[in-house]
Design a protein around this ligand. Structure first.
Ligand code: ADP
Length: 629
């Protein structure tokens, strides 16, 4: 085969361009990325050999070899893992856009110094080599095949592929270092050793460094024995006492493919009817792509120390998909398949255990380190809220973990349901909440006016998931939840208040009928409001129908056009506008544009979109013009 030249996919080219010109101060992470790719390739070969023994002949030791050549200005990183065939080389290293490429480019544009470290998370770690390389060669042969290939690129617009002989399956990456002091400095045993110790100490395969041959006194070349750089047993199989805090944090970087500190972790060893080890981490920051529950890394499953799979969904419910870590079972068979995992008693038990450990860690933090927990909640709390759906087992713990902004919290602070209940005045019977589309402005929704004046706190919810969550969250302790935008509110009214309300009902009947007539397409009832203090009107939803937000969400989720349920317009009888309109009706005057204006105001005040914005603007303009005359 002649050498073939190919072009990098556009986004990859942009990424390479950024890498080549990067001023990032921590370029050493390219070694972490290449070693981590090598370890993944070893995992894959070992795993596939369970069902196809020919892929791993007896006596083969899976390992990673690193060597430097100072004169030649190069570093090689070699593994005897799964390797790649021609198609895989082309698609993995250049021509197929990976979803992470675009996201990573975006994050780099925001803050290159902070974000390059996250490269592994985006599935484009290989390209980090171009921060220090003027040319990279990848010589590889796939296990089970006989033809090797050489991929070469200088990281500019294109790469080359040619057939090349290779003895063993696996991949050898050669980095031709750029001719600057910073890059050349990596071709050095001491540097490599430090970097491996920092990032890759817990890789479960041996990593060897091959020192450069030296000349002895007689001028003869002497080769030296390779040195093992990592020799720790699997961290999760050590006892908690043996592992330092720093080691736990470093191991997190390995399993989570990132360089930040975890929020918390839980390490345990269960023995008895079944034996397993688990080390699970709760990230402090939302991992890339965690909002899309199709693609997340989750937990790695090992059986008897042998890697079986990444992202073992069976071990965690989707509402804990941000958790990272390792589970190692002594009892599962080595050839477990996804199908077996789905209905396996051992997995069910481990899953229970892992969920408990994660929830316990969070509860403990919520209790002892409230500020830290609240920061975490703002990052990832919305995922935990998904746990309320179709879940009866963990509701009590989840309820305790919920945090809310409320009409009484200030700035960044959040309240738990326990705090909320402890602040309830005696006259308040229920837990009130309001769901809105936007964080901004929800606290000025007119629906909150009467609650404020009574001193009743209202939970403010603005996550898209809140509407679904509240479908399953009906009470906390003895108290029921009540959506303030729905149905009637049962304030303990004084006799006087009740009388006044009855009086308003009959006084305003004429106005209500007139409003109903002109807004009939949108409104099913007009009534006196006991929720409003300053605003003239608001919209509420009956108890038994879907909220307008839910209707919009269902539409957005492709459920087709929803039949819009009509809402209830509540009028504040003591507001000057209501009084003025009532007088108009009594004098048999036309209400003109007022009904449209009031309806539009009510929608805008709760943050809902207007069905016909230009009609609303025209109505308002007419009213304003009249006032200006
Ligand atoms: P990631 O490893 O996060 O998927 P990379 O950009 O580092 O992203 O690598 C891209 C892909 O190239 C990998 O997913 C893998 O399929 C392949 N690859 C990289 N290095 C090796 C290797 N040493 N052996 C086999 N395949 C590799």
């Amino acid at each position: 085969m002649a050498t073939e030249k190919m072009e990098f996919q556009t986004e990859v080219r942009d990424l390479l361009n950024l890498m080549i010109h990067s001023l990032y101060s921590n370029k050493e992470i390219f070694i972490r990325e290449l070693v981590s790719n090598a370890a993944d390739a070893l995992d894959k070969r070992r795993f596939l050999s369970v069902s196809d023994a020919a892929l791993l002949p007896v006596g083969t030791t899976l390992k990673i070899d690193i060597a430097v050549n100072t004169e030649g200005k190069l570093i090689t990183i070699e593994d005897n893992g799964i390797g790649m065939n021609r198609e895989e080389l082309i698609s993995n290293l250049g021509t197929i856009a990976r979803s992470g490429t675009k996201h990573f480019l975006k994050s780099l544009k925001e803050n290159e110094q902070a974000n390059i470290d996250l490269i592994g998370q985006f599935g484009v770690g290989f390209y980090s080599a171009f921060m220090v390389a003027e040319k990279v060669e990848v010589l590889t042969m796939k296990a089970g095949e006989t033809q090797g290939y050489l991929w070469t690129s200088a990281g500019t617009g294109e790469f080359e592929i040619t057939e090349a002989p290779k003895q063993e399956p696996g991949t050898k990456i050669t980095i031709y270092l750029k001719d600057d002091e910073e890059s050349l400095d990596f071709a050095n045993e001491w540097q490599i050793k430090n970097i491996i110790q920092k990032y890759s100490e817990f890789i479960s395969y041996a990593i060897y460094f091959h020192p450069e041959p030296t000349k002895n006194d007689k001028g003869e070349i002497e080769t030296q024995e390779p040195k093992r750089l990592n020799d720790k047993p699997a961290l999760w199989r050590q006892s908690e006492k043996e592992v330092t805090q720093d080691q736990y944090k470093e191991f997190y970087n390995v399993v989570a493919h990132e360089g930040t500190e975890p929020l918390a972790w839980s390490h345990s060893h269960a023995e008895g009817s079944m034996e397993f080890w688990s080390l699970v981490y709760i990230p402090a920051k939302a991992p890339f792509n965690v909002w899309n529950n199709e693609r997340s890394h989750g937990l790695k499953l090992y059986v008897k120390k042998i890697f079986i799979m990444d992202d073992c969904k069976e071990l965690l419910p989707t509402w804990l998909r941000f958790v990272r870590g390792v589970v190692d079972s002594e009892d599962l068979p080595l050839n477990v398949s996804r199908e077996i995992l789905q209905s396996n008693k051992i997995i069910t038990n481990i899953r229970k255990h892992v969920i408990k450990k994660v929830l316990d860690s969070l509860l403990q933090m919520a209790d002892k380190e409230a500020d830290k927990y609240n920061d975490w909640w703002r990052e990832l709390g919305a995922i935990l809220k998904e746990g309320f759906h179709m879940n009866w087992e963990h509701l009590d713990e989840l309820k305790k973990l919920l945090r809310f902004r409320t009409t009484k919290t200030e700035g960044n602070s959040l309240a738990s349901l326990t705090e909320y209940i402890s602040r309830m005045p005696e006259t308040q019977k229920e837990i009130y909440y309001l769901i809105g589309d936007h964080k901004e402005g929800i606290e000025s929704n007119p629906l909150l006016e009467a609650f404020r004046s009574k001193g009743f706190e209202v939970l403010l919810m603005t996550d898209p998931i809140d509407e679904f969550m509240m479908g399953s969250l009906t009470e906390f302790g003895e108290k029921k939840f009540h959506d303030v935008s729905r149905g009637d509110v049962d304030f303990d009214k004084t006799e006087e208040e009740k009388k006044a309300e009855e009086a308003s009902k009959s006084e305003f009947k004429g106005l209500f009928d007139a409003l109903q007539k002109s807004l009939d397409a949108h409104i099913k009832e007009v009534r006196v409001s006991s929720r409003l203090k300053e605003s003239p009107c608001c919209l509420v939803t009956s108890e038994d129908v879907m909220s307008s937000r839910m209707e919009r969400m269902m539409e957005a989720m492709g459920q087709g056009k929803m039949e819009k349920s009509k809402r209830i317009l509540e009028i504040n009888p003591s507001h000057p506008i209501s009084q003025m309109l009532k007088a108009k009706v009594e004098n048999s005057e036309d209400l003109e544009d007022w009904p449209k204006a009031l309806y539009g105001q009510a929608l805008l005040a709760e943050g809902s979109p207007l069905p016909n914005p230009s009609e609303y603007v025209q109505a308002i303009n007419k009213l304003l013009t009249r006032a200006a005359k």
